[in-house]
Ligand binder design. Structure first.
Ligand code: SAT
Ligand code: MN
Length: 589
């Protein structure tokens, strides 16, 4: 391995090591041999557990501290010189103050440990989209996870030695003291410091911290977008490919949609769905005036519970080798893993996510934590698209916004134009999930699914969307979906999963000018007969219910949006105008 010769890099690593005082520093070269060696250390210390190597080759098991099981939004801060640059939806601390506090916490935090230096790329190195980072960490779990989730190694070192800029990422698990946990972003310095956590979203700093918070900040400066979006490729019977992006809050089915299995009727006709990404998109305008997207990640950090042969067989396949399982239940008889809804055969002789003896057949307690995860290489995915590997960007026909909403939100509607679509994204709300600490099932506004991930003022972010629209001659159409609407008995009205393709196909027909639609106060809706339900047992009345725009419910929605907007001293005029129009149209219903 060639050494890192870039002085800026070496000075920074030296400074961080002087503060954190590790026993030694190990640079990652991305080789299998080195990772294997590091893994052995984690197995020896008991930090990680090797699973059944016949059934789950290369797979490891990891447990976090029971108080450290999800992203922590309260402890996540954006440190900009001016408070208004972080905006009303972010926690803000002045950079000097935060650095001072964190220097105190990082002082000696790696004593007795090794500091690993991970050179990584988000995006395929050398492509227009790619960005480089270095994460310094004292956690082997982070090392092995980053080796799955990002592209680590020599190519990145070569770029650094050629003088490439990089995001400075520092992580120490320290004592996992929740009182002193911070995930701090310094966008003006291209720097992230995270301490006292060992849970994925807080510590795999390439993911939410770099690819979304710092990424969105850089995107605004440099004229591109970093979004919390999956990327899906859909091929029709003639083999023509189209690509869509979808923004949904955490744990609302992005991974399932990204790996969708078409219903049999469409499969037989020759439809094919492949996966480009399941969580993050970086988007740039191409020379043809269209919007192009890449997935900057190299793996999936997916929610385990609910993943099964029916809901997502592709995700299940993806996790059968070289995967790290976090906070799921263990089957001690054959040293494999289990989680709720995996199958109807929970282990009798098991261990729950906290390592306590657990009989899944008789216990009323959950075996896996609701936010337990798999960290799996994208290359394992049976439906991974070729375009994932080139990192060149795929042209996006449609952008989908969606949330988890029992009431009010119809199955699908289309924005009248880009600006109206930006409004729709800004007004999005969803029921909270176990992906973040806090109450579950409460409706909260989550614009573009970016509320926890936007690295700057959200009003500026809406403006950036509007500005990007002005630069595109052929922008994607924008849609809103809700797979989670329920009836009077709280039963889901729509089957979801693979059948979501039926809704996607209506959207793509709209993009081609081939499908009909009706005007509603929300935008264009399909008529019940416009959605192809061949092979699905669903009554036209149910579809009507799914599409219904209820005046009383929408009067409440309008109030909720108004209240959410009230925290912003200003909003783009285009967003305000769309809101005013919605409000008056709902009144007129
Ligand atoms: O824990 S992560 O932030 O990486 C996943 C998510 O919440 O979307
Ligand atoms: Mn996510």
């Amino acid at each position: 391995m060639t050494m890192v010769t870039n002085r800026v890099v070496n000075d920074w690593v030296k400074e961080m090591a002087e503060m954190t005082k590790p026993d030694d520093i190990v640079w990652l070269d991305g080789s299998k041999e080195q990772l294997e060696q590091i893994k052995r250390i984690a197995l020896e210390t008991g930090e990680m557990i090797e699973l059944n190597q016949e059934k789950l080759p290369g797979c490891l098991y990891y447990r976090t501290n029971p108080k450290d099981v999800a992203r922590d939004e309260k402890r996540t801060v954006i440190c900009t010189t001016k408070k208004e640059d972080a905006g009303p939806t972010n926690n803000w601390v002045a950079p000097d103050e935060m650095y001072a506090k964190l220097r105190g916490l990082f002082d000696g935090s790696m004593k007795g440990r090794t500091m690993y230096a991970i050179p990584f790329s988000m995006g395929v190195p050398g492509t227009e989209f790619a960005k480089i980072g270095i994460e310094l960490t004292d956690s082997i779990y982070v090392v092995l996870s980053m080796a799955i989730m990002t592209r680590v190694g020599q190519e990145v070192i070569d770029e650094l030695n050629a003088g490439a800029d990089f995001t400075r990422c520092l992580h120490s698990k320290a004592q996992i003291n929740e009182q002193e946990k911070y995930i701090a972003h310094f966008p003006e310095d291209n720097t992230i410091w995270s301490i006292n956590s060992a849970y994925g979203g807080n510590v795999l700093l390439g993911k939410k911290c770099l690819a979304l918070r710092i990424g969105s900040y850089l995107g605004r400066q440099e004229g591109w977008m970093a979004e919390h979006m999956l990327i899906l490729k859909i091929e029709n019977e003639a083999g023509e490919a189209k690509y869509v992006c979808g923004a949904f809050p955490s744990a609302c089915g992005k991974t399932n949609l990204a790996m969708l299995t078409p219903p049999e009727y469409f499969r037989k006709k020759g439809y094919k769905v492949s996966t480009v990404g399941d969580d993050i998109s970086w988007l740039r305008i191409g020379s043809d005036g269209r919007l192009y997207a890449v997935n900057p990640e190299n793996g999936f950090f997916g929610v385990a519970p609910g993943t099964n042969e029916k809901s997502n067989p592709n995700a299940l396949r993806t996790t059968h080798k070289n995967t790290i399982f976090t906070n799921v239940a263990r089957n001690l008889d054959d040293n494999t893993v289990w989680w709720e809804k995996l199958d109807n055969d929970p282990p009798e002789n098991g261990e729950d996510w906290q390592g306590r003896p657990w009989n899944g057949k008789t216990s009323s307690e959950k075996g896996a934590h609701p936010n337990s995860r798999f960290t799996a290489p994208a290359e394992n995915c049976p439906t991974i698209a070729d375009e994932f590997f080139t990192g060149e960007g795929v042209p996006i026909s449609a952008i989908i916004f969606g949330g988890r909403r029992a009431k009010a939100e119809p199955l699908v509607y289309e924005a009248r134009d880009w600006n109206h679509g930006v409004f729709m994204g800004s007004a999005m709300a969803s029921e909270t999930t176990a992906a973040a600490n806090g109450k579950v099932g409460v409706v909260r506004h989550d614009p573009m699914a970016m509320l926890p991930f936007c690295g700057y003022n959200m009003a500026d972010y809406f403006q950036h969307w509007i500005d990007m629209g002005k630069k595109m001659t052929n922008p994607p159409k924008i849609f809103h979906v809700n797979w989670f609407r329920t009836d009077e008995n709280d039963e889901f009205l729509w089957p979801g999963f693979g059948d979501n393709l039926r809704v996607l196909l209506w959207m793509l027909d709209r993009c081609d000018g081939k499908a009909d639609a009706a005007e509603t106060p929300l935008g264009y809706e399909p008529k019940a007969e416009d959605i192809d339900v061949t092979g699905l047992d669903i009554s036209p009345e149910k579809i009507e219910k799914l599409l219904k725009v209820d005046k009383e419910a929408w009067k409440e929605e309008v109030k909720g949006i108004e209240e959410f907007y009230s925290q912003f001293p200003w909003l783009p005029k285009e967003v305000r105008d769309s809101f005013d129009k919605l409000k008056s149209e709902v009144e007129k219903m």
